[in-house]
Write a protein that binds this ligand. Sequence first.
Ligand code: F6P
Length: 489
Amino acid sequence: MKLNQISIDTEYQGISDTTWQALFEKAISSGVLTKRHELFSGNEINVSEKRPALHTALRNISNSPVLVNGINIMPQIEAIWHSIERIDNQLRGVTDIIHIGIGGSDFGPKLVCDALLQKPHKENRNIRIHFLSNLDSAQLEPILKTVEAKSTRIIIVSKAFTTLETIQNATTVLDWLSNQGVLAQEIKNNIFAVTANPQQAITFGVSPENILPFWDWVGGRFSVWSAVGLSIALKFGFKVFQEFLAGAYAMDHHFKTAEPINNQPLKLALTTYHNQIRFGSKSQAIIPYAHRLQLFTEWLQQLEMESNGKTATLDNHSTTISAPVIFGTPGTNAQHSFFQMLHQGPEIIPVDFIAIREPMSDLPQAKIHHRMLIANCLAQSQALALGKPSNNSDNNLNEKYPGMRPSNLIWLPRLDAFNLGSLMALYEHRTFCLGVLYGLNSFDQPGVELGKVLAKPIDEALSNPSKLSLLNSFDDITKKRIEWFNSKT
Ligand code: F6P
C-alpha cells in the first residue's frame, strides 16, 4: 500500500509542548478517538438524519468489509467502480460533457478536474468538461455557444434529484438539445444521472441503465469519491480516478492509525481550535501556493462551513464556538489583495499555507518561477510569525509588524491525483475533528432549508404580478422588493 506523502509543519503556531499535550487531552476527552472509530465502522454518527457518514468506504481500496446494518457495502461500491470504467470506455470520442450539479455535486469534481489539468497527467483526454451549477443562465449561455449538441453528453449529478438549480439547468439543457434537432431517443441515450434517488431520475427521463447510484450515507460535500466523480474519470481516465481514491485511502489509513502527536488531520484541527480559543479568531485563510489549487478554498468553504457552521451542539445546547469563516485565494495573488490585513489587521487570522515541491508547468522558466513562488510562501509565514519592530524611535505603528500570527505549512511532494486525494481527505478529517471538538454533528445542514422554502411563494408572486393576494401575504420589505422587480421602468 502506498503511504501518505504529505507533511505538515505547525512550528509557526508557537504552541509549546505543554500546550500541545493539553490540546491532545482536550481532543481525547471530547471523544475524537471513539468518534473516529465510529466514523470508519459505519455507526450512525449523523444522528439527526440517523445515518452513518461512510465516505471513507468509497475509497476503501483494501476491500475489507464495511458493514451497514450488517450488510457489507463494498460489493455495491465496487460495482460503481466498474460502471465508471464502463462509461469511461463508452464515451471515448465524445467532445464535451456538461456536468450539471451544485454544492457537493459540483465543487469536488470541478476542483479535481481543474487541479490535475497540468503535470503530471499527460493522459488528459481531449474531452472538455463544462461544470454548470448556477441558476443564473449567464453560466449556461457560453457553454451552449461552445458545444456541439450531437457530440455532447450530459451528466446530471444530484443526491436528492430535486435540487432546484440542477433540475432547472437540466431541463433547459434538454430543451436546447431538442431545439438543436437531437431526437428524443438520442437525448435519452446521452444523459446520465448520478444520484441517491434513482426513481426521481427515471421520472425526469433518464434511462435506468444510465443511472449511477450512490447512497444516503454519503454526505453531498463528501461525495466526490463516489460516482459524483465520474467527470474526473472521463477527463483523465479511470486509472487516475483510482489513484485519487488511493491517495484518500492513504490519508484515511494515516488518520486511523497515527498517534495524536503525529496525526495530521487532528493537529490541523487543534491548531484552528486553539487559535479560536486563544485569539478569538473568527476566520481562517487557506492559501495554496499553487495556481492549480485555485478552486481548493471554494471546495473547503462548503466542507467546513456547511459541516460545522452550526447553532446547536449534539445535546441541543447553543454552540459557543463553531466553524471559522474560510477564505483564500492562491499565493502570490493573495499577497496583493488581503495580506495587508493578515499582517497588520487587529484580528489575528490564522493561515494554512499549502505548497508543492515540484513546479506545475513545463515552461523552460518553470523552475525559476517555482523557486520564487516558494520563497514568497516561506517569507509570508516568516513575516506573520516573527514580525518586525518599528524602525524609528517615534514608534510609528504602521511600520510595525506585530508577529506572533500563526500559520501551518502543508507540503505536497507533487500535485498529482494521489496527493490531491490525500490533501482533500486531510481536510475532510480536519473538519470531522473540529466537529468533535465543537461537540456538534458535522454531517447535516438544517440551516440551508428555510431560504429554499421561502423562495417558492416569492417565485409565484414574481410570476403572477397581478395576483395581489399573493403579494399581500409577504412582510412589507419583501413586498416592496417584489413590486420593484415586477415594475416596468
Ligand atoms: O446546499 C445544500 C445541499 O443539500 C448541499 O449539502 C448539497 O451538496 C447541495 O445542496 C446539492 O444537493 P444535491 O446533490 O442533492 O443536488
